[in-house]
Design a protein around this ligand. Structure first.
Ligand code: FAD
Length: 386
């Protein structure tokens, strides 16, 4: 394999997912010489050897109201830039349909969100039933946040960020990095099936994958998750949902994205959750998991919840899919240096899609002359190694 000299860059971002594509855009738009390296989704996930991504979908919830100050801040800062990203890339990805949140400490979520201009307000159960068709019986305070809360299309957001990175002269390689070597001058040589790239510094944004490329190992959990997508026409009334202790409580929390159109033309509502008996995946388990159709127990539990929460909806046939959440002990993403010339930005903890632009911007700032640039403390994001 011959090196592509055009591939010699200051910074190589490994992983063209939600955080990596955002980081590469911010680096390129601040005139850094950057390569963004990562494959698209496998053409056939049932036979592919990966790597896979955690955004292989048409919908991810977006909202300002978050479960901590950190998550609220990065969401609000990202959402502020959605319109600019869509306008300049020509790729729309945001639908402001609102979100309903049912959590015991809902008023705390509301107070955090108000700081960032959210209209989140406590609503009555009867109001929810009448205006959305959702039947909730667990007694938690219910918080409704209107636009810009709703959902984003994560595939289109990656496409938009990649397009803007390209427009700002990033070198985009649509392939996985298979091997990394460091030469005597300290430069990294990254091998892909599309040629090699030589870089002075690396940003690793490989989500659940990528660990075998490096000797250092991060303290992360790869949590198996299943999603259920049921056919349902979009009646424009159903907002995004996040609900603690749902009716079938084999999951701690249920969430859904309102009906959206999938690539096969069907319109489906997608429900997911976090099974209490979560399966943790090792490197060797990841590919078999992504080739599967998910966990039968989780599928049954999610389907039960969908029927219980939308008792009047004409739900149709169901399809299922596997996904993986990369979790950290702090439930915050890792953004920081882990080795000489190597930084990471990963550990989305199931919440990073909506906030990926700000997480990518913070990661990009690590490579600037002044370093960390955020109102949030770097200590919140410090990567932990095994
Ligand atoms: C079922 C499910 C539902 C979710 N719902 C929501 C939601 O509603 N709202 C929300 O905000 N978040 C949600 N999330 C979380 C969100 O999708 C993730 O936090 C986000 O995708 C993480 O972004 P990332 O860039 O770290 O990883 P990814 O998006 O997975 O990107 C990592 C990329 O790295 C690439 N890669 C891996 N190895 C290599 C290699 N060797 N070389 C090159 N590239 C490589 C992969 O191909 C992939 O494209 C959900 C997650 C799951 C699993």
């Amino acid at each position: 394999m011959s090196d592509r000299t055009t591939g010699d860059v200051e910074i190589a971002v490994i992983g063209r997912g939600l955080i990596g594509s955002a980081a590469a855009r911010h680096l390129a738009e601040t005139n850094r010489s950057v390569a963004l390296i990562g494959p698209g989704e496998p053409a056939d996930r049932t036979t592919s050897n990966g790597p896979f991504c955690s955004h292989p979908d048409e919908g991810r919830i977006t909202r300002i109201a978050g479960r901590s100050e950190m998550w609220t801040t990065v969401a609000a800062q990202s959402i502020e830039r959605y319109a600019d990203i869509a306008r300049r890339s020509g790729i729309e990805f945001h639908t402001p349909r609102g979100v309903l949140i049912g959590y015991p400490n809902g008023p705390e979520w509301q107070a955090r969100a108000e700081v960032w201009g959210s209209d989140a307000r406590i609503v009555e159960r009867d109001w929810v039933r009448e205006h959305t068709g959702i039947a909730i019986s667990n007694g938690h305070p219910l918080l409704y946040e209107g636009a810009p809360a709703g959902y984003i299309n994560p595939r289109r957001l990656v496409a938009a960020q990649t397009e803007l990175a390209r427009q700002a002269n990033a070198f985009v390689v649509e392939a996985a990095v298979n091997r990394i070597e460091r030469n005597s001058s300290g430069l990294f040589r990254l091998e892909t099936s599309n040629g090699a790239v030589v870089a002075r510094q690396l940003l690793v944004a490989t989500g659940a994958f990528g660990s075998p490329l490096f000797e250092w190992k991060l303290k992360v959990e790869r949590r198996a998750r299943t999603t259920v997508m049921a056919r349902l026409d979009d009646d424009q009334r159903i907002p995004s949902l996040l609900l603690d202790s749902p009716p079938d409580d084999r999951i701690n929390e249920a969430y859904w994205v309102p009906p959206v159109r999938y690539p096969d033309g069907s319109v489906r509502i997608k429900i997911g959750g976090d099974l209490k008996a979560t399966v943790l995946l090792d490197d060797a388990d990841l590919v078999p998991w992504f080739r599967s159709d998910g966990d039968p127990v989780e599928i049954e539990c999610l389907t039960n919840n969908l029927y219980a929460l939308l008792p009047d909806a004409p739900l149709g046939d169901v399809v299922t899919a596997p996904c993986v959440i990369t979790g950290t002990p702090s439930e915050m993403p890792y953004i920081g240096w882990v080795d000489d010339g190597v930084a990471v930005a990963l550990g989305g903890n199931g919440s990073a899609a909506k906030s990926s632009d700000e997480l990518g911007r913070i990661a990009a700032s690590l490579f600037g002359e002044s370093g960390w640039d955020s109102i949030l403390s770097p200590g919140l994001f410090t990567p932990q190694l095994l």
